[in-house]
Design a protein around this ligand. Structure first.
Ligand SMILES: NC(=O)c1ccc[n+]([C@@H]2O[C@H](COP(=O)([O-])OP(=O)(O)OC[C@H]3O[C@@H](n4cnc5c(N)ncnc54)[C@H](O)[C@@H]3O)[C@@H](O)[C@H]2O)c1
Length: 407
């Protein structure tokens, strides 16, 4: 099953062999890895669906990392991901994944973490992120985990605690790749340097089409629940947490804080044939400096979408969406001369993650990722209760889901 040999690229063995070869008593991590972001890491993938296979493929395409182990609850997912990643590896002249390193089942992550990997990509359904991240940190693996960090308050707190344990030991990256978009960075820089003045209000929107139904007629109810996790509140967190967290994260980034309270409403009207998630949310987030963000989202639209952040300040406005020219208007007018505002963000994020490992200056996005997730959870709690909820009330609530899935 698992190769017991020490990975030639693992941090420990690399330090040891470099020290032996160079006759050095002490080798600083920076010296060992240098600044080359392409030193080959051995990667494991936990959750081998669409995003995980995509992320792992991006690592292979843009760096010389090797994907060596896969973990998933379903065999067909493991096989499909292996086939695709083997193709990517072949294109780069790298070995295919050893079939003995495909781990299946709800405990597959444990076997993968016990095998020789330096870092893990965590792309299981969000409900499992705290469990998988805690175990990865405990096992001393660098973590590249997709958003959101959890689906409940309890899980977000677990991620914050695991992040503290990771500090200075391993890197923790959380999948908010927009923060690595050059267009968004240009707008953020201008907001933060005061180009739009004091922020008074704004808009946070995520309007999108429906997602595909993955249930299988021959599968059991519990299997279909897991395959179709994106429509399940406890597994996904609902659309406000699972999907809308991207623009909510951008709002927190632009405003350099998280909200103190939220009011929200919404419902389930256009997409009632699957799961229990809502299909639209409308509300408002209040930030510590008094700025109010008008929030709305939907996940049923036909032929239209808009994922956007707008800020209205005393000197001007900032407007940026996934596509279209980002602009600052008013006293310090500025336009980013590009249309595809997410282009390059994933590559930049992967590069920063690897650089942090190679330099020994480990990044730690656990708290930031948890705060953006908790902001989304705040909106959800407010919406389900149709009332105003403060951050402090949410944190005290310690809301905890239990999906009770065992397949
Ligand atoms: N950053 C982005 O832009 C972006 C885009 C899409 C998805 N995502 C995130 O990536 C994650 C995965 O989304 P996806 O679209 O790939 O979903 P998916 O359903 O395609 O993949 C999830 C995989 O996890 C497996 N799985 C389920 N439970 C598991 C468990 N307990 N242990 C191991 N494997 C398990 C499933 O079988 C499936 O193969 C989610 O957190 C999602 O929000 C992020």
């Amino acid at each position: 099953m698992t190769s017991k040999k020490t990975s030639p690229f693992s941090r420990r063995s690399f330090v040891k062999s470099a020290a032996a070869g160079a006759g050095l008593a002490i080798v600083k991590p920076e010296t060992v890895f240098g600044s080359n972001a392409n030193s080959a890491l051995q990667l494991g993938l936990i959750g081998c669906g669409g995003r995980g296979t995509h992320d792992a493929g991006q690592f292979i395409r843009t760096t010389n990392t090797q994907v060596v182990a896969l973990a998933d609850s379903f065999q067909d997912r493991l096989e499909r991901s292996k086939n695709e990643l083997d193709d990517r590896m072949k294109e780069k002249g790298r070995p295919s994944i050893d079939p003995g390193r495909l781990y299946k089942g709800m405990d597959a992550y444990k076997n993968l973490l016990a095998s020789e990997v330096d870092a893990v990509i965590i792309t299981s359904p969000p409900y499992y992120h705290p469990l998988h991240m805690e175990a990865a940190v405990e096992a001393g693996k660098h973590v590249y985990m997709e958003k959101p960090v959890s689906t409940d308050v309890f899980g977000a707190k677990r991620v914050i605690e695991a992040g503290k344990k990771a500090e200075g030991k391993v890197s923790v990256s959380v999948g908010f790749q927009i923060r690595y978009s050059e267009s968004y960075q240009q707008i953020a820089k201008r907001i933060h340097q005061g180009d739009i003045g004091e922020i008074v209000s704004g808009m946070v929107n995520y309007h999108a089409g429906r997602l595909g139904n993955r249930s299988r007629p021959e599968a059991s109810e519990v299997e279909n629940r897991l395959r179709n996790w994106v429509f399940d509140i406890e597994l996904s967190g609902d659309i406000i947490v699972e999907q809308n967290c991207h623009v909510i994260d951008v709002a927190n980034w632009f405003l350099q804080s998280h909200p103190v309270k939220a009011y929200c409403t919404g419902g389930r009207k256009a997409r009632t044939d699957v799961g229990n998630c809502w299909d639209h949310f409308i509300g408002a987030f209040s930030y510590p400096n008094g700025a109010i963000m008008d929030f709305s989202s939907s996940q049923f639209l036909k032929g239209w979408s808009d994922c956007r952040n707008r800020l209205f300040g005393t000197k001007g406005c900032a407007d940026i969406a996934y596509s279209g020219k980002p602009r600052i208007t008013g006293d310090n007018a500025f336009t980013v001369e590009t249309e595809g505002n997410l282009t390059g963000s994933e590559e930049n994020k992967i590069s920063a993650f690897l650089e942090s490992i190679h330099s020994g200056k480990f990044q730690n996005q656990a708290l930031q990722g948890a705060e953006s997730t908790l902001t989304s959870i705040l909106g959800r709690i407010a919406a389900y209760n149709e009332c105003e909820v403060t951050w402090d009330e949410m944190m005290k609530s310690d809301q905890k889901f239990d999906v009770k899935i065992n397949i």
